[in-house]
Design a protein around this ligand. Structure first.
Ligand code: NOJ
Length: 753
């Protein structure tokens, strides 16, 4: 008999964990079980494993029982998930479990900052922790597979999906891609609190022409390899179980039928052994691309290229058996695709534990601890762009006017692609200011409403919600009608105005490209009116992209880019603006002065005419060519100085570069600086970007404190592709910067021998 309940519990836990590890199959055992299943499968059942449908309606449930479905998307809640799983595991002939997937782009129910925002935290550890939370909440709800991380590099903010990724830089994007995969998958995807990750959208979706969603991409192999592929490679290296192939055409071959990227690079060069799922109906869309005449040809092209699972359109299910029977499609290609899917199902422990534990739904979702991670990440993501006369932090004894259409809009705090987020969970800035300062010190006016766009497509016709979009409840808690007069009166009664403008959450994300970056609706009229009061104005922008604010540095006292910060948005914004901590977020992209500068990115080439005293150099007649704010830029409530750059003077090609600089907090309060390392290879077989980020560190310093910040980089990582696409590390002189952003810093040189 055990007399101590604690001892008893410990022994039970020990026994349970021994049982779990005993169940864990070795790779060899997994191969044996996969092959034994494969031998028993009919062609229809094989095509079924390669098929994903959406939802669990009665017809789909029947197909699951017939072994015609390998995965479902968008089945949420343990009860629903378990019902679908039961049909597969108990009622289908071979009892192969489903893998249930969902878009968990920045949180499942506890919604974190949109990915573009959290990239600006430059804090991979915290991002990993957030994805751990997302994995825990997802699995509690029966979701074992997330369609994330989205790792598309984007240089064009007209593209609505720029909000889903980590911005313009392949190094930052790679570090974050790996952190997210680690966070989702944990140490083992079989862990009941881990999900299988899906790096998407493979590949170069972010390069769509004109920033128009789904549009054509035609880029060089060098650009593909140096800019768009690295975050996918990082996700593969971090062990992502799956990838999603993209919608768009890539150099004449649609990404979802592209053998070069899906097989030669992904499997051949990177040895990826998970599986690839197509994006939503991307197989069927090969017909519209002009790459196939019908679903049968589309399925053939997809599976031959290396897309293993077909999302929602049923083309694989309807075509693969006949394609194999007619001898057009080798059986071995189909078997290999099935093997990849089954392997991940075994590795994810789905055969041992197909069901979600319904108890966890009550204990693991939207907990105070989860919200705390969201608040921390929101705080670190916010970027202070200007702070004239130290108008920030605000003085708590002042009366503040909280004005603007986004100050109290709950659903826009969450941002687009907000998983299973509920608008009611979000704390708005208005609510947070009231809670922190008391109602007497806070006045509010909405000012204007933001009307939805009437696009060319939607003019006169209500556009249907895209089938893959997830909506959040739109709850406006403050019902005062919007009026600029009201806003003026409110501003006049206050000491300072905090003005919340930007875009509604639905204005970025999928199928939400814009031709202009101007503030939509009458927001400029509201801004003009508020600025005319001559009160200090703190402009807080909420948006999924950089907007056109080239007027703002002259007219607003402070500028804060708050993106969409998630459930804890209001708390993070009020916390920062009231000075509870100093902001530390940085821009993960170059902020254009005008839409005409796009594409604009810091790692551009020098050109043959970079600058000159006369007009015969690269630029515009009517506008500067540099951005309004550079990549990596952001202020805090203190100041930092850099001195004493040191770098190895000579390093071998297979060696390591050491570089360091002293960074000092020269202000009066603690602050966190994001210290960045950039490199430039002066002469190489292919022209090199003027700078490339190769390292960064978040460094917290007390007032007056200084520190030597040291970087160590493998010289091999400073290389580039030669014209034949071989990776080389050219010898010769390189520039190096230790810098607060991509446009300044201390510069030195080193030689690669
Ligand atoms: C389409 C989107 O492009 C993709 O990102 C998403 O994962 C799927 N739909 C599934 O919802």
């Amino acid at each position: 008999m055990f007399h101590s309940p604690k001892l008893c519990l410990a022994l039970v836990l020990l026994f349970a964990s021994a049982l779990v590890s005993a169940q864990k199959l070795s790779d060899q055992e997994i191969e044996q079980r996969v092959n034994s299943l494969l031998q028993q499968m009919t062609l229809e059942e094989k095509a079924g494993q390669l098929t994903q449908f959406v939802g669990n309606n009665p017809q789909t449930m029947e197909m699951i029982k017939q072994g015609k479905v390998g995965s479902l998307l968008g089945v949420l809640g343990a009860e629903q998930a378990n019902a679908a799983q039961r049909a597969a595991v108990e009622a289908s002939r071979l009892k192969i479990p489903l893998i249930l997937g969902y878009d968990v782009i920045h949180g499942y129910r506890t919604i974190f900052p949109v990915p573009l925002a959290s990239a600006g935290s430059f804090d991979p550890q915290l991002i990993e922790q957030a994805e751990r939370v997302a994995a825990k909440e997802s699995t509690a709800s029966g979701v074992k597979w997330v369609f994330a991380p989205m790792v598309d590099i984007a240089r064009d903010p007209r593209w609505g999906r720029i909000v889903e990724g980590a911005g313009e830089d392949p190094y930052l994007g790679s570090v974050i891609a790996a952190a997210k995969v680690r966070g989702f998958q944990g140490k083992d995807i079989a862990d009941p609190e881990s999900v299988v990750a899906c790096a998407k959208h493979y590949v170069a979706y972010g390069a769509v022409e004109g920033g128009r969603d789904y549009n054509t991409v035609d880029i060089s192999e060098q650009l593909l390899r140096e800019i768009y592929l690295p975050p996918f490679h990082a996700a593969v290296e971090a062990g992502t179980g799956t990838l999603m192939s993209a919608f768009q055409d890539l150099n004449g071959v649609p990404a979802s039928a592209n053998h070069h990227t899906l097989t030669e690079i992904l499997r051949g060069e990177w040895h990826f052994n998970g599986f690839v799922v197509s994006d939503w109906s991307a197989t069927h869309e090969l017909i519209a691309h002009g790459a196939a005449a019908n679903d049968s040809q589309a399925a053939f092209r997809g599976v031959i290229a290396g897309v293993d699972m077909d999302m929602v359109d049923g083309a694989y299910l309807s075509s693969i058996p006949a394609l194999v029977q007619s001898g057009k499609l080798p059986q071995s290609v189909v078997d290999e695709a099935v093997r990849r899917v089954l392997r991940i199902k075994f590795k994810a422990g789905l055969f041992e534990r197909p069901y979600a534990d319904p108890k966890r739904e009550k204990t693991d979702i939207l907990t105070p601890e989860n919200r705390e991670v969201a608040r921390k990440l929101a705080f670190e993501s916010l970027v202070l762009l200007q702070n004239m006369n130290n108008v920030l932090p605000l003085n708590r004894n002042q009366t503040i006017a909280v004005i603007g259409p986004l100050a109290n809009d709950k659903s826009s705090q969450l941002g687009p692609w907000a998983g299973n987020g509920q608008a009611g969970d979000a704390i708005t800035p208005l609510a947070a200011f009231r809670q922190k300062m008391g109602d007497d010190h806070v006045r509010y006016a909405k000012g204007v409403d933001i009307p939805p766009f009437e696009s060319g497509l939607a003019a006169g016709v209500a556009a249907p919600a895209p089938p893959s979009a997830t909506g959040v409840e739109n709850a406006e808690t403050e019902s005062r009608p919007a009026s600029i007069d009201d806003a003026l009166a409110t501003a006049n009664k206050a000491d300072v105005v905090v003005l919340f403008v930007g875009e509604l959450a639905g204005m970025s994300g999928e199928a939400s490209s814009r031709a202009s970056l101007d503030l939509p609706g009458d927001q400029m009229k509201l801004i003009d009116a508020v600025i005319s009061t001559r009160k200090p104005v703190v402009l807080v922008l909420e948006s999924g992209r950089p907007l056109n604010i080239s007027w703002a540095p002259e007219r607003a006292s402070a500028i804060v880019q708050a993106w969409y910060l998630g459930v804890e948005a209001g708390n993070a914004i009020a916390h920062t603006l009231l000075g509870d901590a100093s902001p530390s977020g940085r821009l993960p992209l170059s902020w254009p002065r005008s839409v005409g500068q796009i594409p604009i990115y810091y790692n551009h080439k020098n050109t043959g005419r970079p600058s000159a005293p006369d007009r015969w150099h690269t630029g515009y007649l009517d506008l500067a060519k540099d951005p309004l704010f550079p990549f990596g830029y952001g202020l805090s409530y203190t100041t930092f100085s850099y001195r004493n750059l040191k770098a190895d003077s000579r390093v071998p090609q297979d060696g390591t570069l050491h570089a360091s600089a002293e960074v000092e907090n020269t202000g009066k309060r603690e602050g966190t600086e994001v210290v960045q390392l950039y490199v430039h290879d002066r002469v190489a077989p292919t022209s090199r970007p003027v700078r490339e980020l190769k390292g960064f560190q978040r460094v917290t310093l007390a007032a007056g404190e200084h520190k030597a910040v040291e970087f160590t980089v493998k010289v091999n990582d400073l290389g580039s592709y030669d014209p034949n696409m071989h990776w080389i590390v050219p010898t010769g002189t390189y520039d190096v910067w230790v810098a607060p952003d991509s446009a300044s810093g201390l510069q030195g040189t080193f030689e690669v021998k």
